[in-house]
Design a protein around this ligand. Structure first.
Ligand code: SF4
Length: 571
């Protein structure tokens, strides 16, 4: 190597890393802004007090000019006119009711009282629930009118609420928040239907009568036609109404024998995704999760220590059901045990974790050694990857997942294998020049590799068409940023095909993208990977190549995305 070449290398090597560091910084800044935006949205008023928000609602009172300090006992702020006369009072339901979650978050409601402490108005100050549901509730004047004119005590004692059709859960949560804020016991507004024999017939075929239990409150004794005790029934509502699965709470019945051991659990009603919920009662083993345990044993049951992973395809819903049952058992025993959060802090690997981690190890090994040249090994590995990692475990990296993690935190304890997968996917392209995730770890990429050149007719797009097609994934990245920064009520899983691998619960959009992408791959090699996948574009952007020592059009696009994110943040 002559001196001139050496000098060139000395210049080029640092330049590559400078440019790559710049790319990482751009990406990190975008993530940071998404995170900051989400945190700003999540901040409760405990940070800054409700006063600024309450001041925005002074117009409820004619002639109101300012707000007095909150009463230490009730939290009511007097509303004052220019002569400092009290016109009425204002209070907000946050942060006291922040744990009451509708479809996707709590709602802070402003309650206005007149000087006789009768409600004059109730309004939503902010909500982290689904926007469409909140606007449905906002427009339902009948819903709000049921609170107007009630005294503090009447409000606290409210039991019958007329929910807003089409936004039942959100409206009931708002009502619960109001009742809770004025000190009332939160009644079971979400599952108010009285228990009937028909509800428990599948659990006790001989049941003829239900009477309130003297032992379990609230609970029922199940009697046959001879008034013989068949067992006991407990409901997880309202105790566990705030345990949300995929998108809502579930009322579960705990069926017990006359000897006071659990025989089955059974979902009675749920606001969760219906396909997920129906799996639970139909699953062969899930209803018997706590079978033969006493309530005391259920109260002490540790799901993680017992390796409970939920029902495949309905993991969030089933785990929420199990936690609701445990919470209810703890309540019945009036022995609050470890909080949910404390319990899940144990870092335990499941068999699915070991399986996917093993596949990651094999994938990285094959990708980085001469093994990748062995044709039969590659095909066997691809089939296992598609079947096990894809269809069975559903372990695919997606932008929806990444954005969720950035906004809500990384689930180190519950999704260890995905955390490793993401780590490998983003570090190896920089460190080794190989995009190992796309070539050896993505089940959808493997499917396209298997579909490659299967048909005689192959279409190879020209340069201009390629440039045009590449705008698709970039456009999708723009959409991801817009959705994340503006908290639009749009599910990002619908712009990628990866949810289709959990086909029992997948939406039509993900399935359609997956199927159409695969069909296209039969005619255009790796069509979806090359021209449709925003995740792939992102990973490829980080891959070191021979051209990594210079800036190119992808850097301009990344910079434009950063500017977009900054603009949305400041806007
Ligand atoms: S480009 Fe997308 S679909 Fe293709 S392998 Fe990469 S992540 Fe998977």
């Amino acid at each position: 190597m002559d001196g001139e070449t050496q000098n060139t290398l000395l210049v080029k090597i640092p330049k590559t890393w400078v440019i790559h560091s710049l790319r990482i910084v751009i990406f990190a800044c975008i993530l940071l802004l998404i995170r900051l935006e989400a945190r700003t949205r999540k901040q409760t008023f405990s940070d800054e007090g409700n006063t600024p928000i309450l001041l925005q609602h002074l117009e409820i009172f004619d002639g109101a000019t300012t707000l007095g300090p909150a009463s230490a006992s009730s939290g009511l702020h007097p509303v004052l006119d220019q002569n400092q006369r009290v016109l009425g009072y204002l209070m907000a339901t946050s942060p006291e009711a922040d744990h009451l979650v509708g479809f996707s978050g709590p709602t802070n409601v402003i309650i206005a009282f007149d000087s006789d402490l009768k409600v004059t108005a109730t309004e939503v100050a902010w909500s982290r629930d689904t926007r469409e549901h909140v606007s449905e509730v906002n427009e339902a004047s009948q819903f709000w009118m049921q609170f107007v004119g009630l005294s503090w005590q009447e409000l606290a004692g409210m039991q019958d609420i007329d929910a807003v059709s089409g936004a039942t859960l959100t409206s009931l949560t708002i009502a619960e928040s109001i009742i809770l804020r004025v000190g009332g016991d939160v009644p079971s507004l979400r599952f108010p239907e009285p228990m009937t024999v028909a509800d428990i017939q599948s659990l006790y075929p001989d049941a003829q009568k239900l009477v309130p239990s003297k032992i379990y409150k609230p609970g029922w004794e199940v009697l046959d036609e001879n008034i013989t005790l068949l067992g006991f029934i407990l409901s997880t509502s309202p105790e566990s109404d705030d345990v949300v699965g995929y998108q809502g709470p579930t009322e579960t019945l705990i069926a017990m024998t006359a000897d006071a051991t659990v025989s089955r659990i059974h979902v009675r009603k749920s606001f969760d995704n219906q396909p997920y919920v129906s799996y639970l009662n139909e699953d062969w083993s899930w209803p018997e999760l706590f079978k033969d345990l006493t309530l005391d044993e259920v109260a002490h049951y540790d799901l993680e220590a017992n390796g409970v992973e939920g029902v495949s395809g309905a993991t969030f819903t089933s785990m929420a059901v199990a936690r609701g049952v445990i919470r209810t058992a703890q309540r019945v025993h009036e022995k609050p045990l470890l909080s949910e959060g404390t319990k899940t802090n144990n870092w335990k690997l499941t068999s699915a974790d070991y399986g996917t981690l093993g596949m990651i190890f094999c994938g990285v090994l094959i990708a980085s050694t001469h093994l990748r040249g062995i044709g039969w090994l590659r095909v066997v590995y691809q089939f296992v990857l598609i079947g096990y990692v894809g269809f069975l475990n559903g372990d695919l990296l997606s932008l929806a997942m990444l954005v969720g993690w950035v906004q809500n935190g990384i689930p180190w304890n519950t999704a260890a294998r995905l955390v490793v997968l993401v780590g490998i996917a983003f570090t190896l392209p920089v460190a080794t020049k190989r995009n190992v995730y796309c070539t050896h770890l993505c089940p959808h990429g493997a499917l396209q590799q298997l579909a490659r050149n299967r048909l005689k007719f192959q279409f190879h797009p020209g340069k201009n068409l390629k440039r045009l097609l590449l705008l698709i994934p970039i456009g999708l990245l723009v959409w991801v940023i817009v959705v994340a920064m503006l908290a639009l009520p749009f599910s990002l899983v619908d712009i990628e095909p990866f949810d289709a691998y959990l086909f029992r619960i997948a939406g039509w959009s993900a399935i359609a993208i997956a199927v159409l992408g695969l069909i296209a791959s039969l005619f255009v090699p790796m069509a979806y990977c090359r021209f449709g996948c925003p995740t792939g574009v992102l990973l490829e952007y980080f891959r070191r190549t021979r051209q990594s020592d210079r800036l190119h059009s992808a850097d301009a696009a990344a910079f434009a995305l950063l500017i977009l994110t900054i603009s949305l943040y400041w806007a």
